[in-house]
Design a protein around this ligand. Structure first.
Ligand code: CP
Length: 328
């Protein structure tokens, strides 16, 4: 089966269940490539990808960079701190300037929601959202789905039958918005947990159950997905103290003991050890935080391949064909 994966990846709303499963399948192939002595394929030879990060990042930026290089693309790192943005150049002028040099993909991280969508209007290149404001972080969701699917997935049935809790600052989290969509689209039951002050005004339209009490659901979960608590939320008075937050919602060692054996503990990073997750829990064998990081490279290879690779309509056979040609 071949699936057209479109021109841009701006939101999980761009992907139906078949698209998501195709990306997971492609990422499995690229995960195999990663195990080779030379973990590189020529799939994007001649293509150029620009990393346009207007907001700090460790995991997303590094893994996109590695993914593009492992597909043999040319990679340009656009640095805001040393660019004409500092001289007051508008975002649109910056994008049009980069595009005029002939680029195939622009990976965008920005603190404002909707910026990748605007950029997609100003360029012929494929735009990939690497996290925008509170809005979306679609490749984080794909790598999270991949991590769960590899460990607990039910073959062709995605995440069917799994119960996943997303816990913490749902209101301000692009990861929560993307993951609720992704997990439920793959068939999981999704529960959101957290203080009311860190919930959006309404969950209308969200495919979730709302649970204010983490202790009520812990033993039933297949996955507990913790979100980072940001210092600025404390400054805004949205919860009394980090100590109080830990006591009410943190995955403490005592709470982690009540998880089922085999249940996964996940976090997108960076973690606040001792706030949303106890240090011992973060290092426990049930915590798959570094597996999530590792999944970032094959997932982002799959996304780059799917959007700017040959034909933009790809499947595992296309990947195999490129491999074969390279080896002749
Ligand atoms: N999870 C995530 O987006 O991390 P970075 O901010 O380090 O990219």
């Amino acid at each position: 089966m071949t699936v057209a994966l479109g021109k841009h990846l701006l939101s999980m709303a761009d992907l139906d269940r078949v698209d998501i499963e195709r990306y997971l399948d492609l990422a499995s192939s690229f995960a195999e490539v990663q195990k080779r002595d030379i973990p590189k394929v020529p799939a994007l030879r001649g293509k150029t990808v620009v990393m346009a990060f207007f907001e700090d990042s460790t995991r997303t930026r590094t893994s996109f960079d590695l993914a593009a290089r492992r597909l043999s693309a040319d990679v340009v790192n656009f640095s805001v701190s040393s660019s004409a943005t500092k001289k007051g150049e508008s975002l649109r002028d910056t994008v049009e300037t980069i595009s005029a040099m002939g680029v195939d993909g622009i990976v965008v991280r920005h603190a404002s929601s909707g910026v990748p969508n605007r950029i997609a209007e100003w360029t012929d290149a494929s735009v990939i959202n690497a996290g925008d404001g509170w809005h979306q972080h679609p490749t984080q969701s794909l790598l999270d789905c991949f991590t769960i699917w590899q460990r607990l997935g039910t073959g062709d049935n995605g995440l069917e039958g799994l119960k996943i809790a997303v816990c913490g600052d749902i209101k301000h989290s692009r990861v929560a918005r993307s993951n609720v969509e992704a997990f439920s689209r793959l068939g999981a039951e999704v529960v959101v947990i957290g203080p009311r002050t860190l919930f959006p005004p309404s969950f209308d339209g969200w495919p979730v159950k709302v649970e204010p009490d983490i202790d009520a659901v812990l033993p039933d979960l297949d996955v507990v997905y913790l979100l980072r608590i940001q210092q600025e939320r404390l400054n805004e008075g949205l919860f009394p103290s980090t100590r109080e937050y830990r006591a009410q919602y943190g995955l403490t060692t005592e709470r982690a003991r009540r998880l089922r054996p085999g249940a996964l503990i996940m976090h997108p990073g960076p973690m606040n050890r001792g706030v949303e997750i106890d240090p011992e829990v973060a290092d426990d064998k049930q915590a798959v935080v570094l597996d999530q990081v590792a999944a970032g490279v094959p997932i982002r290879m799959a996304v780059l391949f799917g959007l700017i690779g040959p034909g933009q309509a790809v499947d595992r056979n296309e990947f195999d064909r490129i491999e074969h040609e390279e080896n002749r």
